[in-house]
Design a protein around this ligand. Sequence first.
Ligand SMILES: Cc1ncc(C[n+]2csc(CCOP(=O)(O)OP(=O)(O)O)c2C)c(N)n1
Ligand SMILES: [Mg+2]
Length: 339
Amino acid sequence: MAKKKADPASVALNRELLRSMLLQRRFEERCAEAYALGKIGGFCHLYIGQEAVSTGTLSMLRPDDYVITTYRDHGQALARGLSARSIMAELFGRSDGCARGKGGSMHLFDKAHNFLGGHGIVGGHIPIATGVGFAIKYRGGDQCIVCFFGEAAINNGAFHEAANMAALWKLPVIYIIENNRYGMGTAIERASSIHDIYERAGSYDMARDVVDGQDVFAVRDVVGRAVERARTQGTPTLLEVRTYRFMGHSMSDAVSGTYRTKAELDQYLKRDPIMLLRQRMQDAGEISEDEMAALDAELKALVQDAWDFADASPELPLEALYEDVLVDTTSDAADAAAR
Ligand SMILES: Cc1ncc(C[n+]2csc(CCOP(=O)(O)OP(=O)(O)O)c2C)c(N)n1
Ligand SMILES: [Mg+2]
């Protein structure tokens, strides 16, 4: 029987998803290099291995929705559409960075993309997401906010207060737990009394689901349902996305560490989300070896361009330290700007 011809729209979408995930991977490989060379200072947490979560989730949003996340934020910023140039310049601490070089790796921020950070305090941004959900409802919009955090953050009291309010007040917030099994070097089994952590939403009568975070289509599916719920019913969802980080917790610890075995890491490496999507597309005849090589070359060049741009971008003058510290929210103009 002749092979069914693939629908061009779905082929184009799959390519888009592959491009988004591979860009994150190639970008972060160069981040590791830049960190070793001392071009990036401070903390730096790589997202390698988790790319299907950012791409799968953010490909389901509209530009006027909101995104908020943790310090492990490079991949999500790229998937949201911030330019590689503005992110790399931020990591290099330069004035053309998305936060003028003042935020660095953990504090990427871009109002134009409704990307509300990059937050360094574990769990600290979860109540902020609930607040944004409240603002959306108050203004009468049908947007939603996606809030990413790690599985270790769910044991933080702030999560429980924020989740209770979101359910009680019916706020359009999608809480995404990126369960990569570890909070620094602590395995989830050593930190959480229950291991199916999405069930915590039951305490707040909130919709919930669990999904394979290495499969970009599976992520899109559950996120799509959560977005629909947020837009039409204005209610929150808690999603547990099971994934794995292939690198150390941050640039300051070894890749495999002493808290996990090499065998475990190897097992997860077999489920590299990019490899899985590429394989699926190759099997379906949606991308050839040559096209794959061309895409890879294009993305490597794009990241090199971002590096060169960041390197050439000036640092802010010292006086700029006093800018962006306080905002006068009492004036109408400031209120309008905040929208
Ligand atoms: C309130 C607070 N406590 C401790 C830390 C130190 N810390 C930074 S990352 C981290 C682990 C968080 O793990 P998880 O939430 O699973 O996210 P992941 O790093 O795996 O993405 C800890 C304890 C912090 N930044 N903030
Ligand atoms: Mg974790």
